[in-house]
Design a protein around this ligand. Structure first.
Ligand code: COA
Ligand code: MG
Length: 283
């Protein structure tokens, strides 16, 4: 079973060469070279050139390399997309994807990219929330991921982005269900208060419980917390081993449900148990 870890996905403005250089040694699973919101209009060209050079030069090891382009309709989108397709990162992340129609336009722009190049979409508009299933379905032709853009969502909704994120919990569950329903990965939004480790840990644990694969991050300080939260812990590993062992017992061969500790485990849990062990082996 192949599982690509995406516990920690660190954004950096591609205009910040120092940050890009640092990323080659940081323990994050994904590096997102941003050409969009983190880059001022006057630095767009430089950021694009830096991102292309970073992908071409490599040196990021196992880390997945993603370029976030400017949205279609902006003055930079066509050049960003052409440069990203030519550079061949692991995936191209599109901002403000509101419906399936826009997915088709991005996919057309990616036509020359190898089929292994992923197409990832920011879920960050009110419009998108009611179209998640159609957006995910349209994306399923390439390896894909949803990335929650909670800052943009909060802005458009006029909602307050607290550590508890109460206004967003329903959308988080919907985004996970839509993504998983079409075989996409799904990453949680950023936590802006990068000095608040407890707040970040809380959001990671919660996101993990919702089924997110990892969290997008803005600062290197946040990486370890996310890696820990999205890795299987000792209890989960013990549960997975016990579940697999229980079904291997000859007396359980014909059973669909067995007792493990004080809990019922069904055959459907075997896939989950194997996924836990595969993820644990990878970390
Ligand atoms: N990726 C890689 N390296 C980073 C980084 C990031 N996202 N954020 C900070 N660093 C590096 C800095 O370059 C600095 O390195 P140095 O000590 O070798 O010079 C070190 O980590 C410490 O940085 P610090 O001084 O604590 O932060 P800052 O004040 O320089 O920057 C931010 C704070 C928020 C501006 C910065 O972290 C950042 O740009 N984050 C990403 C923003 C982004 O991409 N947003 C888009 C998606 S929401
Ligand atoms: Mg955004």
């Amino acid at each position: 079973m192949t599982v690509r870890p995406r516990r920690s996905a660190l954004y950096m403005p591609a205009s910040n060469q120092r940050a890009i250089d640092k990323a080659r040694d940081l323990p994050c699973d994904v590096v997102i070279l941003d050409l969009e919101d983190a880059v001022a209009p006057e630095a767009k060209e430089e950021a694009r050139a830096n991102a292309v050079r970073a992908v071409r030069d490599g040196g990021f090891g196992e880390r997945e390399l993603v370029i976030r382009v400017n949205a279609l309709g902006t003055p930079w989108a066509q050049d960003d997309l052409a440069a990203a397709v030519a550079a061949r990162p692991d995936a191209i992340l599109a901002p403000k994807v509101g419906d399936a129609e826009i997915v088709h336009r991005y996919l057309a722009a990616l036509a020359e990219a190898p089929p292994t190049t992923g197409f990832w979409a920011m879920v960050e508009s009110c419009r998108a929330i009611f179209r998640l299933d159609a957006v995910a379905a349209a994306m399923a032709v390439r390896p894909g991921a949803f990335v929650l853009g909670t800052n943009d969502l909060a802005k458009e909704m006029g909602a307050r982005l607290t550590v508890e994120r109460t206004p967003f919990l329903g959308m988080m569950a919907m985004a996970v269900a839509a993504a998983k329903g079409h075989g996409l990965a799904v990453l949680d939004g950023v936590y802006n208060a990068f000095d608040d480790e407890a707040g970040l840990a809380r959001q990671c644990v919660e996101a993990r419980a919702y089924g997110f694969d990892g969290k997008t991050l803005i600062h290197p300080r946040q990486i370890e917390v996310a890696n820990r939260a999205f890795s299987p812990d000792d209890d989960e590993i013990a549960w997975a081993r016990a579940a697999i062992a229980a079904f291997e017992l000859p007396e359980n061969a014909g059973k669909g449900a067995v007792r493990v500790g004080g809990e019922m485990v069904e055959r459907l849990h075997l896939d989950q148990a194997q996924a836990v062990l595969a993820r644990a082996a990878k970390n």
